[in-house]
Design a protein around this ligand. Structure first.
Ligand code: GTQ
Length: 352
């Protein structure tokens, strides 16, 4: 905004008349909003926020009584950023939700251009089928449903299954590139045996002449917590934690070294007992879920404690510190790969 105080009433009125006139023809004066568009630092409405699992779980139980997974298509409670209500967004670019499938339920097959990830929070042995390959899910597993892959979920176990969904819904909406289709059958036919993709692509080998698919996603779609936990334990056993991140790994596409999906990066980190991180910020708003232990999160205007299965979000460029008493494992996801691909990603370590 220009400094209105310096303007005489006549000049201001003349300008307002001009703005009105050109407005009727779909023009607007840049100079009235330049500094709101091109800000010195990120300034979205996205706020730091925390969702406690106990409350979420009670709401999911209630939702389970109100509607079946089949009728809902996906029975999900969206985690809406309190600064951006009504937008189905947890950050300006990303969506998050908590999905529950009760014993015997199915979430029917569909596909869409939005990419999805799942971090399994509760249950053991429900399945998701992605492009004809079924995978059983366990707590802590990270599973991807890349753009335009058919997927359906179901639960043949005796317990509810709950997971965190992360999708690039707002990003795809911004680009106006949403396409979706419903399957003709509730559950997909199996095209390959369970475990096939991990045998083909997860043993540091790949079928010769492999070509990246159009959706640019990893052909490996299930990343077990058993494996991630073993990698973290090895790092923690024989190396010093990074001052900002502790011991942190990124989930990758083994064929390219890039992120598992092009629009969403996913990470897992271990903060050893007693660890206090150096303040850190980056330009990728990040959603965290606590897998083990608990963390005290401090930003300039908030402190909260997050325990197992709690979800919290740190917006772009908000400096934050983590403190843990016991050994803690955090999963996280963000739009960092998009920002990196476009040359936009920034970070500040020791951000005091
Ligand atoms: O599981 O396919 O949270 O299509 C939102 C949209 C989950 C899913 C969500 C979806 C899904």
């Amino acid at each position: 905004m220009l400094n209105e105080k310096q303007l005489s009433p006549e000049v201001r009125a003349e300008r307002e008349r001009f703005y009105e006139k050109i407005g009727r023809d779909d023009y607007a004066p840049l100079w009235e909003q330049l500094h709101n568009l091109v800000t010195k630092v990120p300034t979205s409405d996205c706020r730091t926020a925390h969702w406690e699992y106990a409350k979420a779980r009670a709401y999911l139980d209630e939702a389970g009584e109100l509607i079946t997974a089949k009728e809902a298509e996906r029975r999900v409670l969206i985690l809406e950023n309190p600064g951006m209500r009504g937008k189905a967004a947890i950050t300006p670019a990303l969506y998050a939700g908590l999905q529950m499938i009760l014993p015997g339920e199915v979430a029917p097959a569909h596909r869409h251009t939005q990419s999805a990830l799942r971090l399994i929070l509760e249950g053991d042995g429900a399945f998701t089928t992605v492009d004809g390959e079924q995978s059983l899910m366990k707590r802590g597993d990270f599973i991807i449903t890349p753009s335009w892959t058919w997927h359906d979920h179901g639960n043949h176990t005796g317990q509810p299954m709950v997971w965190l969904d992360g999708l690039d819904v707002p990003m795809v909406a911004m680009l106006d590139a949403s396409f979706a289709e419903s399957g003709t059958t509730e559950a997909q036919a199996f095209l390959r045996p369970s475990g096939d993709s991990s045998l083909r692509y997860g043993n540091n080998m790949a079928p010769i002449d492999w070509q990246p698919p159009a959706n640019k996603a990893s052909p490996l779609f299930s990343y077990s917590y058993a494996n991630a936990g073993a990698s973290l334990a090895a790092m923690a056993a024989s190396g010093k934690p990074d001052a900002c991140h502790g011991h942190k790994l990124r989930y990758l596409n083994p064929l390219t070294g890039g992120s598992a999906m092009p629009t969403i990066g996913a990470y897992i980190q271990q903060l050893p007992a007693g660890f206090a991180s150096a303040p850190y910020r980056c330009s990728a708003g990040t959603i965290f879920a606590v897998i083990e232990g608990g963390v005290t999160v401090t930003t300039q205007d908030k402190t909260f404690n997050a325990g197992p299965n709690d979800v919290f979000v740190i917006p772009s460029w908000v400096a934050h510190e983590f403190r843990v008493k016991e050994n803690t494992v955090l999963f996280s996801f963000s739009d960092r790969p998009v920002q990196e691909a476009l040359g936009l990603w920034r970070e500040q370590r020791d951000a005091r």
